[in-house]
Design a protein around this ligand. Structure first.
Ligand code: ATP
Ligand code: LTN
Length: 327
């Protein structure tokens, strides 16, 4: 059976980049795999977190999984901190990863750049991410482009461990879709759309009101050519909007290009906003229904139980292989 493990950090409000690169893939792929979708809350605290915000955001990410259409009967949905095997295998993976490998991780460089105090956990984070994936013997890991390097390191660590201690872990494959794997900022198409951007108009949040979405997309930067054409190299801003349009309307880019042939950007941006709004509207409605429900608590408890059974088995196997006493 093919298995997926993936998750979205509860470190900020979810934007349409995370929807495109991660969440909509989870929903689309869930029926072909056995799935483990988790909330990597232990990863969120690698940078300072307000406890109350962490509490609410962790629930929100789980609620988004369900609201977007991840079926909890088919997929285990759980919080990382409720399955203690993550922290334990994370430590064991830290003993396998090299300082030089961690130093090459671009996400660490980006997130530590210009900060005076950076936690050591931000640096060793990829070892915990490897543990997340390997605990479930995941065959596939759907992520956005920015996580490719971490999944590749996970593959190296699984192979290294298997060579040193005997066959223990499945070597996972990243799944990175061609389109929408790197949605760019609305104010600067050279930067990834990110919740850490101080300019609120640079991203659309999954919980943004329709009018806010219209306003943000109408202000998105374009270019002076006035032609709706997909050409990421020469027209990065318009190509980014076309990718968003295609993800949200589920239409091929060529069909969208044709529709706006010979027109400027006004109508295109208006229709883009409506496509985003109509996809988000049911997700927002489902989200509001589930966020404070007993059902969400039940889903997370059940998910943690199902996840623990698989994770504890792998942890035991890894500990035995390394020579720990396991009676
Ligand atoms: P941020 O950059 O906003 O701080 P992040 O990438 O650090 O977010 P998550 O929110 O955990 O962290 O990302 C969840 C998933 O969404 C990951 O698989 C990531 O690759 C993907 N993702 C995040 N931003 C984008 C984007 N702009 N385009 C496509 N995929 C994205
Ligand atoms: N590192 C990821 C979040 C993450 C993850 C994972 C994604 C932690 N563990 C395991 C996929 C599989 C991020 O920063 N977005």
């Amino acid at each position: 059976m093919k298995r997926i493990l993936s998750g979205i950090k509860p470190s900020g409000d979810l934007n349409i980049g995370g929807y495109s690169g991660a969440l909509q893939q989870y929903v689309a792929m869930q029926h072909e795999y056995e799935n483990f979708f988790f909330v990597p809350d232990l990863h969120a605290v690698t940078v300072p977190q307000d406890p109350l915000e962490l509490y609410h955001r962790s629930k929100e990410i789980a609620a988004f999984y369900v609201a977007a259409g991840v079926d909890p009967a088919k997929s285990a949905i759980f919080l990382q901190s409720q399955v203690s095997a993550h922290a334990e295998l994370g430590w064991l993976m830290e003993t396998q990863v090299h300082f030089g490998e961690l130093s090459r991780m671009t996400q660490f460089k980006d997130k530590s750049d210009g900060k005076d105090a950076v936690s050591s956990a931000l640096f060793t984070y990829p070892a915990l991410m490897a543990a997340d994936i390997l605990l479930y013997q995941a065959t596939h890991v759907p992520v956005g482009e920015d996580q490719k390097q971490h999944v590749e390191l996970t593959r190296d660590l699984a192979t290294r461990f298997n060579n040193r201690f005997g066959e223990t872990f499945t070597v996972p494959e990243p799944i990175i879709q061609d389109l929408g794997c790197r949605i760019m900022s609305l104010d600067d198409p050279s930067k990834k759309m990110s919740k850490s951007n101080p300019n609120k108009n640079s991203y659309v949040l999954l919980l943004d009101e329709p009018d806010t979405i219209r306003k943000k997309l109408s202000r998105a930067v374009t270019d002076s050519e006035m032609s709706v054409r997909y050409d990421p190299e020469n027209k990065p801003a318009v190509s980014n909007l076309l990718e968003i349009y295609s993800i949200f309307s589920e239409e091929p880019i060529s069909v969208i290009e044709k529709r706006y042939e010979g027109q400027g950007y006004g109508g295109f941006k208006k229709d883009l906003a409506e496509a985003v709004i109509s996809k988000l509207e049911p997700i927002q409605r489902n989200f509001r229904e589930i966020i404070d429900s007993e059902e969400l608590v039940r889903i997370l408890k059940d998910g943690a139980e199902r996840a623990s059974a698989v994770a504890n088995e792998t942890l035991l196997k890894a500990k035995k292989a390394m020579g720990f006493l396991t009676f």
